[in-house]
Write a protein that binds this ligand. Structure first.
Ligand SMILES: Nc1ncnc2c1ncn2[C@@H]1O[C@H](COP(=O)(O)OP(=O)(O)OP(=O)(O)O)[C@@H](O)[C@H]1O
Ligand SMILES: [Mg+2]
Length: 410
């Protein structure tokens, strides 16, 4: 088996190098991971000993059609024909799930495999952490872009650890996520019928209601890199800088495409407008609005999500740029019940969740998370891992008294 995987790896690289119409998304994810180098995955792919060990484990190189260069430790197939015959008789299962090989064997060896089927099951390369690193490395070569990269956060979906199912969302929110998924899958169709104004969403709602968490979970679920930027971070006191920064952010998003561009603290745009109406600031706002107009999911592969706690200060010019406004309200009973279930799932103890729900009117998801954390820490202090209802009620009261302080202050 190890040898079969070894030959699979060598042939994948060889066939990929021979057929220009194959791209990195055709290489199986685990083979990509074994072959990535600093420049990403560029032709010609080479297989060195370390790559082979990474993918196939221990290799016994006693195959008559493989040579190794003792200097470079690079493998070479000496007879392509022998190699393909050898794998066809021993590695059918491997070929079937490998789009590069399926492409070759389907077209040139009439083996009963399907390129389309193999491709459907293979996750695309833009979700790989290594792919993202290589794009970022490429972008950092330009000094201006490198400076910009310090002001934003870029996540690979592989690095995100929040699951979509661990967020309590209402029907409308779930429905909207489904629509985005469908739009992504049917991009070609939407382009053909001229429906390109899609994929710009504004998340509105009070702090702690799951806006940022949902954007991150979407990145994981849709398997798209996430470019996160806070509008306040890219506004500069230097005249003209802000416009340039905004343009750069959108440029980076297009380079990372397909990806999600998440613009947080979006209401900052309104603050920019009302601050003394300096020409440079006006220009920055216009740059932002124009950048939003010029980008879309269907043509650029960029899903734009903006988030704000203060929707009321946004004006019409901003609102109409989004094809969907998705509300993140303070969670109603049903949603709070689900949030408690999610946060208490792994915790030992007997709880009356109904009572907790009744006692937490006006609490956000973030508040409930805090309740559970406080209760757990208090129990631990008392030497217990088993949580009681009283611990939770105590924490709820505690948080409520903090609310009072909060409202007195403002
Ligand atoms: N509906 C929810 N389901 C599960 N967890 C939630 C929910 N809402 C909030 N949380 C939890 O609360 C925390 C804060 O949420 P998040 O940062 O997404 O809020 P936000 O809406 O982005 O807030 P802000 O407006 O302050 O940026 C997260 O860690 C998340 O786990
Ligand atoms: Mg947030």
């Amino acid at each position: 088996m190890e040898n079969a995987k070894f030959v699979e790896l060598l042939l994948t690289a060889e066939i990929f190098n021979r057929y220009e119409n194959l791209n990195e998304n055709d290489i199986p994810k685990d083979i990509r991971k074994a072959l990535y180098n600093k420049g990403g995955l560029k032709r010609p792919l080479v297989v060195k000993e370390e790559n082979a060990i990474r993918y196939a484990g221990k290799i016994a190189n006693d195959l008559p059609f493989v040579d190794i260069n003792p200097m470079t430790k690079q493998f070479k197939i000496t007879s392509f024909e022998l190699a393909t015959k050898w794998l066809a008789s021993r590695g059918f299962e491997l070929i079937k799930r490998n789009p590069v090989l399926a492409y070759y064997y389907e077209n040139f060896d009439s083996l009963d495999v399907s390129y389309e089927d193999a491709k459907k099951a293979n996750p695309p390369a833009h979700g790989d952490r290594e792919w993202l690193s290589s794009v970022i490395a490429e972008l950092s070569k330009v000094e201006e872009t490198r400076e910009m990269l310090d002001l934003v956060r870029i996540f690979s979906p592989e690095e995100i650890n929040v699951e979509f199912d661990s967020i309590a969302l209402n029907e409308e929110q779930i429905q909207e996520v489904r629509k985005i998924e469908i739009a992504l899958a049917e991009k070609e169709y939407l382009r053909n019928i001229g429906l390109v104004d899609i994929g710009k969403i504004l998340f509105i709602g009070p702090p702690g209601t799951g806006k940022t968490t949902t954007a991150r979970a979407l990145s994981k679920r849709l398997y798209l890199p996430l470019l996160e930027v806070k509008l306040s971070m890219i506004t500069s006191q230097y005249l003209g800088e802000t416009s340039k920064n905004i343009e750069k952010v959108f440029e980076i998003a297009k380079k990372l495409s397909p990806c999600i561009l998440f613009i947080d603290e979006f209401d900052y745009v309104a603050k920019m407008r009302t601050s003394d109406e300096h020409a440079a600031i006006k220009r920055a706002v216009n740059t932002l609005l124009k950048a939003i107009d010029d980008i879309n999911l269907v043509n650029d592969g960029v899903l734009l999500i903006a988030a704000t706690n203060h929707p009321s200060i946004l004006d019409l010019a901003v609102w109409r740029r989004f094809d969907k406004v998705l509300e993140f309200p303070e969670p109603e009973e049903r949603i709070r019940r689900r949030i408690f279930e999610i946060f208490l799932e792994k915790i030992e103890g007997d709880f009356n969740i109904e009572e907790l729900v009744k006692e937490t009117d006006g609490f956000t998801g973030a508040d409930i998370k805090l309740v559970v954390r406080e209760a757990v820490l208090k129990a631990l202090l008392e030497g217990r891992r088993r949580l009681t209802q009283a611990d939770l009620i105590f924490a709820i009261e505690d948080i409520k008294s903090r609310f009072k302080i909060r409202t007195q202050e403002t």
